[in-house]
Design a binder for this molecule. Structure first.
Ligand SMILES: N[C@@H](CCC(=O)N[C@@H](CS)C(=O)NCC(=O)O)C(=O)O
Length: 212
């Protein structure tokens, strides 16, 4: 396969398309870019100089969700957006709500040690965002949407990892527990093979980042 996915496993944006590839039955090894993501060569492919970056032959594609959609379209395997238009819309909505309402606040947790005053607003923002996501799930949803793995699971799993990872220091587990149906999804999905593997890889990435 001439496809290369650049990035580190801790990044929820990297793990998202990786999960999409795996859910479709493909192993896409994560690669580090020679010279790093701030090198001129990397910037020539993506001037934003962020991970992930997919390179498929001479086609370079940044942005996790765009890569996820591309992989879903080009790789054989189960479609990870439902055929039903309303269910498809719910998948896309959960992803969008997570990107708009969870992602920016996770930064506040990351910066918590340097900026403790930012933790409470981040927690409040995350609680609100989780409430939005919970609102659009149905009682019958076993996966994020419906009864099989979709792109919404691929987007949410690596974000929810951080609620567990930061729990000891910041009690972020209570944010998830406050939404029982989402908490049930999280317990279920992280016990699946795909979920457990992603969590383990992110945990290893976090440990490495913290210097072991
Ligand atoms: N919107 C982008 C976000 C990508 C992003 O922020 N990646 C982070 C890793 S979590 C990154 O590359 N950070 C390195 C930097 O900004 O220097 C996506 O969804 O792919």
């Amino acid at each position: 396969m001439s496809m290369h996915l650049y990035g580190g496993a801790l990044s929820p944006f990297v793990m998202r398309p990786l999960l999409v590839a795996r859910a479709k039955g493909h192993e896409l090894p994560l690669e580090s870019f020679d010279g790093g993501i701030k090198s001129d060569a990397y910037r020539a492919l993506t001037p934003m100089a962020k991970m992930p970056l997919l390179v498929d032959g001479d086609f370079a594609l940044p942005e996790s969700q765009v890569i996820a959609d591309y992989l879903d379209a080009v790789l054989p395997g189960p479609a990870l957006i439902p055929a039903d238009p309303k269910e498809a819309a719910r998948v896309r909505l959960l992803i969008r709500l997570a990107d708009i309402n969870l992602v920016p606040h996770l930064g506040g947790l990351f910066r918590g040690r340097d900026n403790p005053d930012g933790v409470a607003p981040a927690m409040a923002g995350l609680a609100e965002g989780l409430g939005y996501i919970a609102h659009f799930r149905k009682d019958s949803d076993v996966f994020a949407v419906g009864d099989s793995f979709t792109q919404a699971d691929a987007a949410l799993i690596p974000l929810f990892f951080f609620f567990d990872a930061f729990d000891r220091g910041m009690q972020t587990g209570q944010l998830v527990a406050a939404q029982p149906h989402l908490a049930a999804w999280w317990a279920h999905i992280k016990a699946t093979e795909l979920g457990a593997r992603a969590v383990a890889e992110q945990a290893a990435g976090l440990k490495a980042m913290m210097g072991g």
